[in-house]
Design a protein around this ligand. Structure first.
Ligand SMILES: [Zn+2]
Length: 147
């Protein structure tokens, strides 16, 4: 029997995302068959604004800054993107969408993304705007509806 005192547990590391683990975006699919195929480019680009939104959320989870930059509208894209290593995204909920399908040139996706940062849980509630650039959906900007 160990009589060691219980030490405070270190923060749990983020679960590793692999091609076979559930996709971080919350759809009932493995990462490799869901957002991962857009990150790798093997399935081309996301066909709807919602799937692009989901794939960008997953890119934040797996730390794929190049994907975030290449799916950002040129007119609003930052020059560089430094992802905060202390930020851990813990869940995505799509609340509403407008447009954003094969029949549209623009669309919006309203979502809530949960995170933990420095031991504190929070949520980002955003309505993102998307548009087509050279045929592919890109993120334009977002605003923050009142909760
Ligand atoms: Zn996904």
């Amino acid at each position: 029997m160990s009589r060691r005192k219980t030490r405070p547990r270190p923060p749990a590391p983020a679960p590793a995302v692999t091609a076979d683990t559930p996709c971080p975006c919350g759809l009932d699919a493995a990462y490799g068959a869901c957002c991962g195929r857009f990150h790798s480019g093997t399935a081309g680009t996301a066909p709807t604004a919602e799937l692009l939104m989901r794939s960008r959320y997953s890119a934040f989870v797996v730390g794929d800054a190049p994907y975030l930059l290449r799916t950002w509208a040129p007119e609003t894209r930052p020059g560089t993107l430094d992802l905060d290593p202390g930020m851990r995204w813990t869940g995505l909920e799509i609340l509403d969408t407008t447009g954003g399908t094969a029949f549209h040139q623009t669309g919006t996706v309203t979502f809530r993304a949960r995170y933990a940062h420095g031991g504190e849980a929070g949520a980002l509630h955003e309505r993102s705007r998307f548009a087509r650039h050279d045929g592919a959906w890109v993120y334009v900007d977002g605003d923050f509806p009142d909760d």
